[in-house]
Ligand binder design. Structure first.
Ligand SMILES: [Zn+2]
Length: 254
């Protein structure tokens, strides 16, 4: 059975191309410069685990032929990571049960506030999304995978990061605390935030992401949560062999 991660969305919070901006036709001609908001799918031997629910969630899952989700991990509750949660209603309807959502208690409160109707009773026949909220254990056994969880810092906020075997996903990060460094030891493939070229208070920017990638020393690092600063082919041509930009639809076996 396949064990792989699919980068469903490799874009930053406003997506690429961004609304209201003009881009050169050459830029838009490259499909890899079209980036939906950040999310990841872990495909295990017995099921799929979704990491974050951006506004394009439905389109991402249809694009990648994803028909089922066993559970969802929410890294944090910024709009680019949760505003597609309503799309999970079709799966609740399919399974006739709520979808398990794993996140920090503070983010569970946000989800209840943003989607109050997902927790209310409705007359029979009215279908809304249904969420069952859970705290995040150190190890999550889902989809036939052993997913190790840890927390990084995104400005003042904690963000959920994960490791499965030699694969790690660290989105929305400006600081990696020591416990998280330990979790990243020996990682083979890393997906890491590199929002833009200029420094950013709450994200690794390009130069910082390269430094951190070097320190972690994965065989391959894919940069993600990318703004329109990056022209996929041009940036890749300048990067060393072991570092590349992620793109929507990228598949990483683990
Ligand atoms: Zn984000």
């Amino acid at each position: 059975m396949t064990r792989q991660a699919i980068v469903l969305g490799s874009g930053t919070s406003n997506g690429v191309p961004s609304l209201g901006k003009h881009y050169p036709p050459e830029y838009l001609a490259n499909a890899r410069n079209h980036r939906t908001r950040p999310s990841l799918l872990l495909q295990g031997p017995t099921g799929n685990v979704l990491v974050d629910c951006p506004p394009e969630l439905r389109l991402q899952m249809i694009r990648e032929d994803v028909f089922d989700v066993e559970a969802v991990m929410v890294t944090h509750t910024h709009a680019d990571h949760v505003m597609g949660m309503d799309d999970l209603r079709s799966l609740c309807l399919k399974y006739q049960r709520p979808i398990p959502i794993y996140t920090a208690p503070r983010y569970q409160e946000d989800i209840r506030r943003i989607f109050p109707y997902a927790f209310q009773q409705f007359p029979k026949g009215i279908w809304v999304p249904r969420f069952e909220l859970y705290d995040v254990p150190a190890v999550l056994n889902l989809g036939g995978l052993e997913i190790r969880t840890f927390w990084v810092e995104h400005g003042p906020l904690p963000v959920l990061a994960l490791r499965v075997g030699g694969f790690a996903y660290v989105t929305d990060v400006s600081h990696i605390p020591e416990e998280a460094w330990n979790q990243l030891t020996g990682v083979e493939t890393l997906v890491l935030d590199a929002v833009r070229y200029k420094p950013h208070p709450n994200h690794f920017h390009f130069d910082r992401a390269l430094e951190v990638a070097r320190e972690i020393g994965a065989k391959k690092t894919y940069l993600t949560h990318l703004s329109d600063d990056y022209d996929h082919d041009k940036t890749n041509a300048e990067l060393p062999d072991d570092i590349e930009l992620a793109y929507d639809g990228l598949r990483i076996p683990f």
